[in-house]
Design a protein around this ligand. Structure first.
Ligand SMILES: [Zn+2]
Length: 290
């Protein structure tokens, strides 16, 4: 009897394709890989229940420094499409393209969406550009999986209408704040700021990645005092210790701004997505503009 059960088990494994079922559906479903969380969120919303979307960068990791493992290469090689941002966001893309193998289609989402020579890769932070990215994702997924094209289109339209509302909320919030400036830790908000006439100044280089020396600390504090900066936008991944000390010494208020490159597992479990994070960012930007 045991032998029969075992034989059935083996057959079931063969039929379902035992290895890596989470990585590649073998029931004809579209499989899509994305290079970091913003793209994952867009592709997952478009794909809904009919596509398997895999984010390569694990929750809580910083995508700028991430490198794919051989397991990730395998996941890419089994996917129908890999969506990536371009503009230097994925330093590993050329080596994956040349060595992953498979029939994967590589789609660079920033192609045709920014001016030549653009250097800030964080283009999804402008909701208008995010809409273009969602349109591209929808078109590529529909081309690969035409039987679900109407479904993908419907999902994309729902997300795009939320993005249009978001754009309206930002445009209204800053319409009469001409020249309003923000101080950020990581220079990631060029697209967002130029869309809504906000000036971005970055402390990058002034606030180092590691704990600053007393001389560096003095430089940061002098910079904030000399420039009459009354609030600083920080990111979760930056050392809170340094910004807390700076805030205490200068009286500057600390506000969070999220570039939506990666979410922690807790954020994912709480259902955070592009729309919810961008509204939180808007609330904090409005506080700074008061
Ligand atoms: Zn970044």
């Amino acid at each position: 009897m045991k032998k029969i059960v075992f034989a059935f088990f083996c057959m079931a494994l063969l039929l379902t394709g035992c290895a890596d079922t989470a990585d590649k559906a073998d029931d004809g479903r579209l499989t899509v890989c994305t290079s970091f969380y913003a793209l994952y969120d867009f592709a997952d919303k478009v794909g809904g229940e009919r596509a398997d979307v895999i984010n390569l960068v694990p929750a809580g990791s910083e995508p700028h420094d991430w490198e794919p493992s051989s397991h990730d290469m395998l996941r890419v090689s089994k996917a129908d499409i890999l969506f990536y941002n371009g503009l230097g966001m994925e330093s590993w893309i050329d080596s994956v393209k040349s060595s992953a193998g498979g029939k994967t289609k590589y789609v660079c989402l920033s192609d045709g969406l920014c001016e030549d020579g653009a250097s800030d890769p964080h283009i999804w932070l402008d909701p208008n550009t995010a809409i273009e990215m969602v349109n591209k994702i929808e078109a590529e997924m529909s081309a690969e999986d035409s039987k679900n094209a109407d479904y993908y289109k419907q999902n994309a339209q729902e997300l795009i209408s939320e993005m249009r509302e978001l754009d309206k909320a930002y445009a209204e919030a800053f319409a009469d704040k001409e020249g309003f400036g923000i101080v950020v830790s990581h220079e990631a908000y060029g697209s967002l700021c130029s869309r809504y006439n906000i000036e971005q100044r970055a402390l990058e280089g002034i606030i180092p990645q590691s704990e600053p020396s007393p001389e560096q600390m003095k430089k940061i504090i002098d910079y904030i005092n000399d420039n009459n900066i009354d609030c600083i936008f920080y990111e979760k991944l930056l050392s809170k210790k340094t910004v807390n000390t700076v805030a205490e010494e200068t009286g500057a208020e600390l506000l969070e701004l999220d570039p939506f490159e990666g979410l922690t597992q807790a954020d994912i479990d709480a259902g955070e997505d592009y729309i919810s994070v961008m509204y939180k960012n808007l609330e904090n930007l409005k506080k700074a503009a008061e």
